[in-house]
Design a protein around this ligand. Structure first.
Ligand SMILES: *[C@@H]1O[C@H](CO)[C@@H](O)[C@H](O)[C@H]1NC(C)=O
Ligand SMILES: *[C@@H]1O[C@H](CO)[C@@H](O)[C@H](O)[C@H]1NC(C)=O
Ligand SMILES: *[C@@H]1O[C@H](CO)[C@@H](O)[C@H](O)[C@H]1NC(C)=O
Length: 809
């Protein structure tokens, strides 16, 4: 396409035609237009034709193009007479922002000289995209920025012209940001980026935006800018606790440093705004030293002694702070769990430490109180008493126990008790406490004195000195003090008609028994009496013991010869016929010893004899026998001296002279006795007097006997009455003949001698007289019935006249 313009008033085409065609020599302007960026050689315009010049003319005229800057953008193809693109034309380079953009040059020919002005307008092509100054941008925005806040301004450039130039901007995404397209005073469009919605770093920390600039060309070209928005943190979040309330439990008495709870809070902010520290903010002052809170970790640990009994629950306020000044508080509730750490406590509420031994069962001894500071079953206490003792405890009120007796007490076997209470709680392991009390049992006079023996037997020699301490008894009383102080008393009784206290006495304190008088075995062989032991209690208790005192014989009596009777002047003799054989029993010496036993064992010996060879005396029986045949040479009168010895130590003896006449008739004896005639007369007189005296004495004796028997019978009648009143009947009997069956029995032996009377002394037969004997039952002071023989014999009174009558020739 081309235009020719030759005058200012004509349109370009018209002018070109007019110029070319109407004004030949005058320089005519011819115009073409060509898009930029055409290939080399591209057709621009048929200048020959347009100028109406023959191609040959151009050739011959040596047509050429002359430009001011001798640029080669447009070349002339002389052969064809065309204008072609000589090199690449970049409008933007050529003209910049100038518009329109044209190339001006002249076409010059010679022969004739012709000059034509050619203008080639370079047309714009959309060959440039909008371009941002940078490819990427980083911006920081505070998260707290308000919507509408401008963030930045940015613009792109598009060197193309006109419609191909920058047209507008778009942004993606537009969630938080948006743009406004504004124009500068010179018409350049730029984009203003502003905040359209609130930011939250905690949600989106970085935003990527793409800003696109577009031109208006066809096809449209665009340029991109990547914008990275870093959202800067502000402390817009307070710390948040993991739990709304913290609950923990801790056992009491745990060691220091034990972790109780871990408190944690989070803060969504970053950096210092998100760094949380923990602090106590609310707590009683006494709790402050019990727990420790680690500022950084939030570990709550024990720092003191946790005592359930003091506090069961702790409530602590904890604050979490970030470093930007925000904080939150929460509560920590710590429950303390009980541990069985308290032993039961036993307290004596009331206690009397002495109790009488006769206290009845169920007597209250003590009241105790038992406590345990622990709770629940650790504080539940069971109390009991240990050991096998007659006490038990009853639970009365809660925690109160009474200690009572369960049986009878005996001070004598258990003077005191150690009573141990054990209180045990129900923990596991259980804790226990012991408490021991000592209870003394006080004495009550409940024990009588007890003699060491219920029966004592002691011996004492007769002829003792009065006041001799014979023996002692001892009684023990197992009570104590005055209740155990024993006094000894002789229980009164009768012995041989005398009060027993006239024989012996007892020392009340010591229990030593004294003889009051000198005892004679021949009168009393045993004394049996009762001693009472009585304690000092009130009322007093007593017991008694029986003492049997055996009086022992001493050899204090010499033997007594009963036969032959030794009289002053009369001659008593035995006759031995001269025809007597060897072993003829001449006579028998009869003697007694009132002592007993050895002391009464008698032996007979021939001490002196007229003719020793004629007689012998039986050592044991006192029988005098011949030991050879009597001869006529033997003198009629034979005199034998027999000694009777007892076996005592020292022994006592008696001698007796036995006259023996060896003769066949009495007259022989008489004749032999003529020298004694005077004596005989004297004897006859004596005999008469003796018979007279005997008659008188017998009369007196019989009278006395009658009186005594009457009195006896009267008394016996009386005693029958008394017997019913339990008084012992003690009939009279001569002391010498009282002998108990339980005695030594030696008197029996003696007695045999006593009652043996030779009716015929020549014979050795011996009769035991029973005619006059009578059995008498008596009650002796010991209370035993005894049967004794009483003999109305000559032996009653060995020196009585009756005896004389019997024994005399
Ligand atoms: C009671 O205890 C005391 C002191 O421990 C001791 O001396 C005494 O012998 C004990 N008594 C009994 C009856 O065990
Ligand atoms: C209490 O006494 C009982 C029995 O005598 C014994 O087993 C226990 O160990 C004692 N307890 C204490 C705390 O002494
Ligand atoms: C002696 O003791 C016995 C038994 O203890 C008793 O029966 C008796 O009466 C007592 N005698 C006297 C005299 O006290």
């Amino acid at each position: 396409m081309y235009f020719i313009s030759c005058g200012p008033t004509i349109t370009r085409q018209v002018r070109a035609f007019v110029l070319v065609f109407l004004i030949e020599a005058v320089a005519c302007q011819i115009r073409y237009s060509v898009p930029e960026e055409m290939r080399k050689g591209s057709f621009v315009g048929n200048v020959a034709e347009d100028l109406g010049i023959d191609a040959k003319r151009l050739k011959s005229g040596g047509a050429r193009i002359v430009s001011d800057d001798s640029s080669e953008y447009i070349r002339l193809d002389g052969d064809k007479g065309f204008l072609v693109v000589g090199e690449r034309i970049d409008r933007e380079q050529l003209c910049g922002q100038t518009s329109p953009c044209s190339l001006n040059f002249e076409l010059i020919m010679t022969n004739p000289m012709q000059l034509h002005s050619v203008v080639v307008e370079v047309l714009d092509v959309n060959d440039n995209a909008p371009v941002f100054h940078e490819k990427e941008m980083h911006v920081e925005v505070v998260e707290s920025a308000l919507p509408g806040t401008e963030i930045l301004q940015v613009s792109a450039t598009d060197t193309d012209d006109d419609i191909n130039a920058l047209h507008g901007y778009t942004l993606h995404p537009t969630t938080h940001f948006n743009i406004k397209v504004l124009s500068s005073p010179n018409g350049h469009k730029y984009a203003q980026l502003y905040l359209s919605g609130a930011l939250d770093r905690e949600k989106e920390e970085r935003l990527l935006l793409t800003l696109t600039a577009v031109d208006g060309g066809e096809p449209q070209r665009s340029g991109r800018l990547k914008i990275t928005v870093n959202v800067r943190d502000t402390n817009d979040n307070a710390p948040v606790f993991a739990q709304s309330i913290f609950k923990a439990s801790v056992k009491e008495n745990v060691p220091k440093g034990t972790l109780v709870a871990r408190i944690s809070a989070t803060d969504a902010d970053e950096g210092m705004n998100g760094r949380v520290t923990y602090h106590f903010n609310r707590m009683p002052s006494n709790v402050a030293e019990l727990f420790l809170l680690d500022e950084n970790s939030g570990d709550l640990t024990v720092n003191g002694v946790i005592d359930y009994e003091e506090h069961k629950v702790y409530e602590i306020g904890v604050q979490a702070k970030d470093q930007g000044g925000q904080s939150t508080s929460t509560n920590v509730i710590i429950e303390v769990t009980d541990v069985n750490d308290n032993v039961p406590i036993i307290t004596l509420t009331s206690f009397s430490n002495v109790i009488a031994e006769d206290s009845p069962s169920e007597t209250t001894v003590a009241i105790i109180n038992v406590k345990d500071l622990d709770s629940g079953k650790y504080g539940k206490v069971d109390c009991r008493v240990n050991g096998n003792i007659p006490f038990t405890i009853h639970s009365s009120l809660k925690n109160y126990y009474t200690l009572v007796t369960t049986g009878s007490l005996d001070r004598e076997s258990n003077p005191e008790y150690n009573i141990t209470f054990t209180a045990v709680d129900e923990g596991s392991p259980a804790l226990s406490t012991n408490k021991t009390i000592t209870l003394r049992i006080s004495d009550v006079n409940d024990n009588a004195p007890v003699f060491e023996k219920s029966y004592y037997e002691a011996n004492v020699m007769e002829n003792n000195s009065p006041g001799l301490s014979v023996f002692s008894v001892k009684a023990h009383d197992s009570d104590s003090g005055q209740n155990a102080r024993v006094s000894y008393l002789l229980i009164d009784a009768q012995l041989n008609g005398n009060a027993i206290s006239t024989y012996i006495s007892v020392n009340a304190e010591s229990g030593i028994i004294h003889a009051i008088r000198s005892f004679d075995f021949e009168q009393i062989k045993t004394i049996i009496f009762l001693i009472k032991g009585q304690d000092g209690g009130s009322p007093s208790l007593s017991s008694n013991t029986t003492v049997k005192l055996n009086i022992q014989d001493q050899n204090d009596n010499p033997p007594q010869v009963l036969y032959p009777v030794q009289t002053g002047g009369s001659v008593v003799g035995e006759m031995v016929p001269r025809s007597a054989d060897v072993g003829y029993l001449v006579s028998k010496v009869v003697a007694v010893d009132v002592d007993s036993g050895q002391n009464a064992w008698l032996s007979y010996k021939l001490q002196k004899a007229t003719d020793r060879a004629l007689f012998e005396v039986g050592l044991q029986n006192g029988e005098i026998r011949t030991i050879r045949q009597v001869t006529d040479k033997d003198p009629v009168n034979q005199k034998l001296t027999v000694i009777v010895e007892d076996n005592g130590q020292p022994s006592r003896s008696a001698t007796v002279i036995v006259n023996v006449a060896v003769a066949d008739s009495f007259s022989e004896v008489l004749s032999e006795f003529t020298d004694f005639k005077q004596d005989k007369e004297y004897n006859d007189n004596l005999t008469f007097y003796l018979v007279l005296a005997l008659a008188v004495v017998s009369f007196l004796f019989i009278t006395c006997l009658v009186v005594i028997i009457s009195v006896k019978i009267y008394r016996w009648r009386q005693s029958r009455v008394l017997y019913h009143s339990n008084l012992p009947v003690i009939p009279y009997y001569p002391p010498r003949y009282s002998d108990t069956l339980g005695g030594t029995g030696t008197l029996q032996h003696v007695y045999n001698y006593e009652v043996c009377r030779t009716t015929d002394s020549r014979k050795s037969d011996c009769k035991f007289g029973r005619a006059g004997s009578q059995n008498v039952l008596i009650m002796d002071p010991t209370g035993t019935m005894q049967k004794i023989h009483r003999e109305n014999s000559i032996l009653d009174e060995p020196d009585s006249p009756l005896e004389v009558r019997h024994l005399m020739y």
